[in-house]
Design a binder for this molecule. Sequence first.
Ligand SMILES: Cc1ncc(COP(=O)(O)O)c(C=O)c1O
Length: 401
Amino acid sequence: MNFESKVVHAGDRKRRKGAFVPSTTPIHLGTTYFYESAATLDRVLGHEEEGFCYVRYNNPTNEALEELVTTLEGGYGSLATSSGMAGLQIAFQAALTDRPHTILASDSIYGATVSLLDQIMSPFGVKVKYVNMCDLAAVEKAISEVKPGCIFTESVSNPLLRVGRLDKIAEMSRAAGASLVVDSTFATPILVRPLDLGAHIVVHSATKYLAGHGDVLGGVVVSGDEEHHQAVRSIARINGPLLGPFESYLTMRGIKTLAVRFERQCRNAKALAEWLSQHPCVERVYYCADPQHPDAEAIAHCFTPGLFGAILSFEIKNADKARVLAFMDRLQMIVPGTSLGDVHTLLLYPLIASHRTISPKMRERMGLRENLVRVAAGIEHLEDIKADLDQALRAPANTLG
Ligand SMILES: Cc1ncc(COP(=O)(O)O)c(C=O)c1O
């Protein structure tokens, strides 16, 4: 099946028997499962027979969503989690099972992930080191110095859209015996498939493109092999940060239109990036289709040909924080918010949102300037998005030339 068909069909009508087999998976709210004989329950609890026992171990709605995302990423198995961050924490813990408690992370990642590493993992004895994942020589050197048990990167970084050679990083990671965990939230399995490039675990904030409509908080952890999947599930079986069945249902419903949504969002983003790069109020545009992009080679290697993602960032000429906030207040249709991946275009100011908790020193290292905003293109008509940005940029306070 092709991707466009898998998003519509995978996960549904699985393992269902009897007179009523819904064509799409419904919401199963039951917490506990009943069997005619205690012996059957014993076998199911003992993993000798397939079945459901208790919602923290799994339920049919989550299982269908997990099967769907596993299929899309080409993985071994998945876990649907209560948020993307919960998924990342489980992925790190699973990656470090039986491996040295050191994480080598990209220095260009989502702010809350830096907080997870520095404020949650680190106090529990996990050493965290940061490196520029787009500099392969630096990655190789860091691996030989810190001997990590886990290497972590985003397939497309937030918000400056840096892209590393995942295949090369995976090679180095495997040679060093480390697990490679990739946050592929920005990319979706349409743009990049990290497991195909050698990663061990892929994490998505399902809150974004997978669910896609601004009404779900969730995550998915996809493992490429049995060892990592079992480690992920064993942790979740105990601490249970699972996605609720209602959210699983909504995410699955969202994914059915992922291919059509994302392709249009990519088209809108590309056109916006081209238009903004000629705009008199814009200093610089960051977008993966830019031939001058510092990671053009990695993009050509890792991305699906012809697509460059649905996110772009740009710096507003002569804007300080007050001017950026005023620009956001002038937006009429575009939603100024702290998310991405929805059907409506979202504009985020990293300084006050995704990277608020990052120290100024780390922000400088990441190259995040005070005048940078990030746009996650929606599916609206391109001319409406342009018109809204244009009027907000051209208002007297910003037309400084
Ligand atoms: C790249 C990336 N990863 C992970 C997350 C965390 O996702 P969630 O909010 O679902 O926990 C976000 C949220 O913005 C994100 O942008």
